[in-house]
Design a protein around this ligand. Sequence first.
Ligand code: FES
Length: 104
Amino acid sequence: MPTTDTLIPATNITDSQTVPVTLNGKNILICKANGDFYAVDNMCTHQRAELTGGRIRNCFLACPLHGVRFDLRTGKPMGELTRVPLKTYDVRLADNGNLQIELD
Ligand code: FES
């Protein structure tokens, strides 16, 4: 599995912040929730809205358009609007302090 460095220092991301990045042509959203980093596809599985700026509560990211909440750990949606999970990616903190995303 290729790993891609985001060039974003982990210290630049504050809790409950979402940061969109393009890695290998993929639109990925990095999220920080309760001190942990997560990465998911930046595209809601309901009507394909970008998730940038969605509100984070605990480990859940809410879509800005209709509010479906996705579990950042698993990508699983809550509620009835969609049953399709978000794709999630493993995130690592590299020795240089940047975040690394494991793409497949
Ligand atoms: S587009 Fe995200 S909940 Fe509808």
